[in-house]
Design a protein. Structure first.
Length: 365
């Protein structure tokens, strides 16, 4: 069971703070702007097919998430067995859903090898990054499931049904709950540093270009990022803002006035200094440095105990290599590095939704 936030952290969660970014990867994303129906039917490129996408990716974030990772059973199940489990999950949720809970299913790099199948070319384990403190037993996995719902209890109920369907084929590897700190309706969620986390996700028309493949598949990158909140939050506010690159109160980029103002990497003060420092998090994570390539982020906070709390970084993107490029920049120069540790990691291929009346397991081939 996840421990409740300490009194100090409860204060941080409810405090009327604001401003920018994800810890440890592209931060300027807004997970409140799109829906799955928009993403699959309103692409700016009308010549491309409408992708069949799983829910729980471009839909607005519920208050809670439960991440589940499974490995193949030592009994060495067959491809057919795994397809059956995936299909059972899909049809079970469709026929008797847990109210408000959305499952999203993705496959890890090792699964295809174990089953003698060919993995998608871009599905590869992430490389090691400087400063990583990864705990292998809390990362990786052959099959990952993201459960998003209105309460931790609802997510737990859905997880119990998933576990029952997987008996004899998949065994649990790790599970990690997360939550969105309290916030006024319509506001961007804040992380445990008190800054807004997720300000400029791709727009509806950009999802097909940057997130979905034509068949509706995408990739998931997961990082559990421990945050040294006591150290960071004792810094003067102006120092915090220089580290992030945004104003804490308004969420605006330094040198601007409103949360959704464009990030101007070249704006300078009258004294000739960049408004956004060269080692600020949002500068190093900016899409301009990657030819405009974008990710869709669905970050959640987590609080496992008094010694382990922070951010569950969940990003959906067409190619995990984008995350690798960004994280290499951040690991080398990000001013936030002294205040965070990447402790768990996973990458997975998110299957497209099956055609109507077809089983999800058919997407594994």
């Amino acid at each position: 069971m996840t421990a409740l936030p300490s009194p100090r952290r409860r204060t941080l969660l409810a405090a009327p703070l604001a401003a920018a970014t994800a810890c440890g990867a592209p931060a300027d994303t807004d997970s409140t702007r799109t829906t799955d129906s928009d993403a699959s039917g309103s692409s700016g490129d009308k010549s491309r097919p409408v992708p069949r996408t799983q829910p729980g990716i471009a839909t607005a974030q519920p208050a809670h998430v439960l991440l589940l990772a499974h490995d193949l059973s030592p009994a060495r199940p067959s491809v057919r067995d795994v397809r059956r489990v995936l299909s059972d999950w899909w049809t079970d949720h469709a026929s008797r859903p847990v109210p408000g809970v959305t499952p999203t299913v993705a496959l890890g790099p090792a699964l295809h090898r174990k089953l003698g199948l060919t993995a998608p070319p871009r599905l590869k384990d992430l490389p090691s990054f400087p400063h990583d403190r990864l705990e292998p037993r809390h990362g990786g996995g052959d099959v990952l499931v993201q459960l998003c719902g209105p309460s931790a209890a609802a997510c737990d109920r859905a997880a119990a049904r998933i576990a029952a369907r997987a008996t004899g084929v998949l065994v649990p590897r790790w599970r990690q709950p997360g939550f969105l700190p309290p916030r006024p309706t319509g506001e961007t969620p804040r992380n445990l540093f008190g800054f807004k986390d997720g300000t400029q996700n791709p727009t509806t028309d950009e999802l097909t270009r940057w997130i979905w493949h034509d068949d509706g598949s995408t990739f998931l990158v997961y990082r559990r990022i421990h945050m040294h909140t006591d150290t960071f939050t004792t810094l003067p506010t102006t120092h915090q803002e220089q580290i992030i690159g945004r104003h804490r109160t308004t969420g605006a980029p330094l040198g601007a006035h409103h949360e959704h103002d464009p990030v101007n990497l070249y704006a300078k003060t009258p004294q000739g200094r960049y408004h956004i420092p060269t080692d600020a998090h949002i500068r190093l994570a900016h899409s301009r440095l990657d030819g405009g390539a974008r990710m869709l982020r669905r970050g959640y906070s987590y609080d496992n105990n008094t010694h382990d709390h922070g951010l569950l970084f969940l990003a959906y993107l067409r190619d995990p290599a984008l995350f690798t490029r960004v994280q290499e920049r951040l690991a080398a120069d990000d001013a936030m590095n002294p205040f965070i540790e990447h402790r768990a990691s996973a990458v997975a291929h998110v299957l497209p939704a099956p055609p109507p009346g077809k089983p999800l397991g058919d997407q594994l081939h």
